[in-house]
Structures are given as structure tokens and as C-alpha cells.
Design a protein around this ligand. Structure first.
Ligand code: NAI
Ligand code: NA
Length: 395
């Protein structure tokens, strides 16, 4: 079929297999161009199909020749109905891994469940014995807690006060004011249930009990901080409460892993266009200004550049350069004082009329479509493509 983007609000309902494949190939080429990283050889990535998790899987496999198992929740294709982008990304990843002689298997299912944890552990036991690196990169709006059977929904709301600020509809470029009502106590606890650290802890605990974590293993989860500007809706909002919980969980896991000399660390990453971040009010306007400034300064990065640098310079580099809260700060360039001062200046004057000029609205929009395999250079979108693509290890 010929597949075109079909957007509804902040989501795109279709994805292009060739575009997704090209994105994966481009990321692999980037990692290879940066040279070998003396990293882990057996790696589990939870949330491996898109965004930072996919970039982590690619960096491990093509930077360190690692065997990888990837867990994700993606929609398989059927005749006339394209898959979700993470499905096509994972199909392309496995094909490329196979070509390179690298072990790669995937599990498509709910990572929050006990069943998927067990299935993953069994696969590690059977194929790899143990893993030495676990990347935890889930982003989800919902979680069913396997202990209680209760389904929780996360929300993106400020805590305490009503928040009003500018935002942009990146499809139209229309800058407007948005007002968000503060969260209830339930909103906060539900968001912590979904995006906090409990599930990360459950994974590591189950893996430890099963003996599939190697001596000196490391596990990383990803967090975000961002500027004062977005604090009410991000770091001091419901999602920030969840990130506080995730960051605290790192210390708990490290403590519990002393017998293996295991370490759990949070990496604070840069703001990027992903399916998750497009849905957060205010953030798209911030990102479009940030992109403009960082591109002009030659310090712009996407997921793959961020993760490649995280591995090469920090995790397997000379020094993690932890902050006073024990976190890796690969958001260092985003948070540079000169960059943020420039964002503040532009934020104050941003309007519908000038955003195209002072911000990188086009960069935002292109990145958004790229997530779904559209507007990717070198792909013939007029050509007929087979929407039914198998992930080799899944079928
Ligand atoms: P993403 O939406 O691109 O990736 C989410 C991954 O989780 C996908 O592989 C998806 O299949 C998987 N997933 C979701 N629900 C699942 C479930 N129930 N079972 C199994 N897999 C499931 O998200 P992104 O942006 O890469 O986020 C990953 C982490 O990075 C999150 O913790 C996020 O907060 C963090 N982060 C994101 C930033 C951004 O600007 N996008 C900035 C800094 C940190
Ligand atoms: Na991810």
C-alpha cells in the first residue's frame, strides 16, 4: 500500500516501514562512525523500540557488539493497517543485527506485567545466561500494577497552583495561552505509579532472584529536569513527582545489589521530540526555541547522539561526572547558562507571527513526522510498500 501520515492531534495513526528502517540504519551508521565503545556485551533494554531506548539498543549492539534483548509494547501490522513505528523500528533493527552477526531477540508485551518479566528472564537464561547492562526506558500513559491488579493513568498537571503559560500547536504554528488546573492527590499518586521507580525495582529484583544479573552489572533509567520555564508542568508537576521517585529508586536498587556490586544510576537526558513529549503542553514551544539555539551553536543532538555520548564519554568513559544527587547529566548542553538565557529571551517575545523565524518550528514538525517514518530523506513515499513486516524473532 501507499502509506501517508494520518495525524489526530498530537499523535500520528500511521507509520512507514521504509522510513522507520532508514531511521534505524541512519542511527546505526552514526554509532559506527563514532568508533568502538568498550561496553557491556549482554544487554537488556526495556522500552527498546523508540526514542532513547532504541538509541540505547543500537549503541550497545553497533558500538560494543553486544547481544541485545529488547522489550516493548507495539502494534503489529495487518493487511491494510500499518504497524506502530516501534514495530517497524524493531524489525529493521533485528535485520541489521542479523546481517552484522549480532544476537538480537525481542519481546512484545506489557513490561509492567509479571508474565513479560518471566518470559524475558527465561530468554536471558536460555540464550545469554546473564546480562551486564539493563536499560530501563519505558514511557507509558498507563500501568496495571501486577500486585494489586489496579490500572493507573498518569497525568501531566502542575502541583499546587494553576499554571498559565504559552504553548504552540506545532502543526499550525499557532502560539496561544494554555491554563492547566492543578493535580489532585490521586493524580499525583497515579502518575508516580506509572512513571515512578516501582517497576524498575520489580524488574531488577526479579532478575536478581533468578540469577540473570552478572557480577558488577549496571542499570540505567532516564529522567528529565529542564528549565525554570517548564518547572510547573514538568519537574514540579505530577511527572516530576514520578521522576523524583524514579531517582530515589536508583539508590534503593544499588543498596540491594551490593552482593553483586551492581549499580543503578539515573541519566538526565535532553528534551527531545518523542511521542511522549509532544503531548505535554508548553514543552513543544520550549523545544522549538531550544532547537533553534542549539542548532545555531552546533550543539544540537537527537536521541542517538545523546546516548552515544552517554555511553562513550560517561558510562564507559573516563568519568560519570555525577551531580550532587548522584545523576549523570547528559542534558549538560541543554542546560548551559548561555543557551537557557537565550531561550528566556526568545520565550518572552514568541508569537504566532515570529515563531517561524525565532524558533525551529520546522525542525520540531520534521522530527515529529520522522518518529513515524515520514519525511525521511531518501525514502520514496510514492512507492507501494508492504505494510506487513515481521520482526524476525517474533514473526
Ligand atoms: P518513547 O515513547 O519513545 O519510548 C517508550 C518505550 O516504552 C517504547 O519502546 C514503548 O514500546 C515502550 N513501552 C511503553 N509502554 C510499555 C509497556 N507497557 N510495556 C512494554 N513497553 C512499553 O519515549 P522516550 O521519550 O524515549 O522516553 C524514554 C524515557 O526517557 C522516559 O523515562 C522519559 O521520561 C525519558 N526522557 C525523555 C525525554 C524526552 O524529551 N523525550 C527527555 C529526558 C528523559
Ligand atoms: Na525509549
Amino acid at each position: 500500500m501507499i502509506i501517508e501520515p494520518r495525524t489526530r492531534g498530537f499523535i500520528c495513526l500511521t507509520a512507514h516501514p521504509k522510513g522507520c528502517e532508514q531511521n534505524v540504519i541512519n542511527q546505526i551508521e552514526y554509532v559506527k562512525s563514532k568508533g568502538e565503545i568498550d561496553g557491556a556485551k549482554k544487554v537488556l533494554v526495556i522500552g527498546a523500540s523508540t526514542g532513547f531506548g532504541l538509541a540505547s539498543r543500537i549503541t550497545s549492539a553497533f558500538g560494543s557488539n553486544a547481544s541485545t534483548i529488547g522489550v516493548f509494547l507495539e502494534k503489529a501490522p495487518s493487511a491494510g493497517r500499518p504497524a506502530s513505528p516501534g514495530w517497524y523500528n524493531s524489525a529493521a533493527f533485528e535485520q541489521q543485527a542479523e546481517k552484522a552477526g549480532l544476537y538480537a531477540k525481542s519481546i512484545n508485551g506489557d513490561a509492567f506485567s509479571n508474565e513479560i518479566k518471566k518470559q524475558t528472564i527465561d530468554m536471558i537464561k536460555e540464550d545469554l545466561g546473564q546480562v551486564d547492562l539493563v536499560i530501563y526506558s519505558l514511557a507509558s500513559p498507563v500501568r496495571t500494577n501486577p500486585n494489586t491488579g489496579k490500572r493507573h493513568k498518569s497525568v501531566l498537571k502542575p502541583i499546587g497552583d494553576v499554571f498559565t503559560n504559552k504553548t504552540v500547536d506545532f502543526h499550525t504554528g499557532n502560539v496561544s495561552e494554555v491554563t492547566i488546573q492543578p493535580a489532585t492527590e490521586d493524580d499525583i499518586s497515579n502518575t508516580v505509579e506509572v512513571m515512578g521507580g516501582e517497576d524498575w525495582d520489580m524488574w531488577i529484583t526479579a532478575m536478581k532472584e533468578a540469577g540473570v544479573l552478572a557480577q558488577d552489572f549496571q542499570t540505567y533509567a532516564y529522567s528529565y529536569i529542564g528549565p525554570k520555564l517548564t518547572e510547573p508542568v514538568y519537574r514540579k508537576g505530577t511527572i516530576g513527582a514520578a521522576k523524583d521517585d524514579l531517582e530515589a529508586t536508583a539508590f534503593k536498587i544499588t543498596e540491594k545489589s551490593a552482593d553483586l556490586n551492581g549499580k543503578a544510576i539515573v541519566s538526565v537526558n535532553k528534551a527531545l521530540v518523542t511521542q511522549a513529549s509532544s503531548a505535554i503542553p508548553v514543552i513543544p514551544l520550549y523545544i522549538s526555541l531550544l532547537y533553534k539555539i542549539m542548532k545555531a551553536d552546533g550543539i544540537h543532538e537527537g536521541c542517538i547522539e545523546q546516548i552515544q555520548r552517554l555511553y562513550a564519554d560517561r558510562i564507559y568513559g573516563a568519568d560519570l561526572q555525577l551531580d550532587d544527587k548522584g545523576r549523570v547529566r547528559i542534558d549538560d548542553w541543554e542546560m548551559r547558562e548561555d543557551v537557557q538565557a537565550e531561550v528566556d529571551k526568545l520565550w518572552a517575545i514568541a508569537t504566532t507571527e515570529n515563531l517561524n523565524e525565532i524558533g525551529d518550528l520546522k525542525g520540531y514538525s520534521d522530527d515529529f513526522f520522522n518518529l513515524f517514518g515520514f519525511k525521511v530523506d531518501g525514502v520514496d513515499y510514492a512507492a507501494d510498500v508492504d505494510e506487513v513486516v515481521a520482526i524476525p524473532s517474533i514473526g
